[in-house]
Ligand binder design. Structure first.
Ligand code: GLN
Length: 237
């Protein structure tokens, strides 16, 4: 059975827990909150919540979790939302003074607080490829969200699959990070990317855990976690 675990040091882990509980009957997900390295041994997958990326990294270092998570993500699926997305990126711009430790795992650069400080949050309907009932938009909640500024997979990295982009016309008027062009947003602009996958991992710059819609959690379990369990999930428990 997939055990999907929110890292429980700081941020919106309780909200992820609630979403996974909604799924647990249907998908038999076992939820473990991660506070120390031993907790990871029970897990098939990990969720890193939104919150404050520098604080989560600092607490993870103090808990001795940074290296174990870096090892974990070499073979097991990890999903980062917002601050978690920053931690999952390989490179970061606009890190706090004193720097920012990252876990890496997805070969992108993100700009912390990239949607600006004057507009700290906004919400927008998103189309997401592969989501259940994908004709119904997913409500994207962006809170001081990071912006994907470039994709830099090396030739040996798994390809990056973009599953959702935001159109500049959905951003608040004061928002200038993605300049609207004549025919709406340039579809190739990496800054329009708000959800992507690479290998086993999932990155969303917004917060599915702050909605009541469990489709993203279901997607992570179905698309990222279950395929890694293969023989184990079909053998008797
Ligand atoms: N701006 C925050 C950070 O740098 C992320 C905000 C969030 O997770 N809502 O960690």
């Amino acid at each position: 059975y997939p055990a999907s675990q929110p890292i429980a040091l700081q941020g919106a882990f309780a909200e992820h827990q609630v979403m996974l509980q909604k799924l647990s009957l249907k998908k038999r997900v076992v939820i473990v909150l991660i506070r120390q390295p031993e907790d990871l041994d029970k897990c098939d997958a990990l969720i890193i919540p939104g919150g404050e990326s520098t604080t989560i990294a600092l607490l993870a270092r103090l808990a001795g979790l940074l290296e174990p998570i870096r090892e974990f993500l070499k073979t097991k699926p990890v999903w980062g939302t917002c601050a978690g997305a920053i931690l999952l990126a390989q490179w970061v711009e606009n890190a706090k003074k004193g720097g920012q430790e990252l876990l890496g795992g997805i070969s992108v650069t993100v700009e912390r607080n990239g949607f600006g400080s004057q507009v700290e949050s906004f919400e927008a309907p998103l189309e997401v490829e592969g989501l259940r009932e994908s004709n119904r938009p997913f409500h994207g909640i962006f809170i001081r969200a990071p912006v994907v500024v470039n994709l830099k997979p090396s030739p040996t990295d798994p390809p990056i699959q973009i599953i959702s982009r935001i159109s500049a016309s959905l951003l608040p008027a004061s928002q200038t990070v993605i300049p609207p062009d004549e025919d709406d947003t340039d579809p190739r602009d990496p800054r329009t990317i708000v959800a992507l996958r690479q290998g086993l991992h999932l990155l969303t710059t917004f917060h599915p855990e702050l909605t009541k819609d469990d489709r993203f959690h279901e997607y992570f379990v179905r698309e990222c976690v279950l395929p890694t369990l293969g023989s184990r999930s079909s053998s008797p428990a």
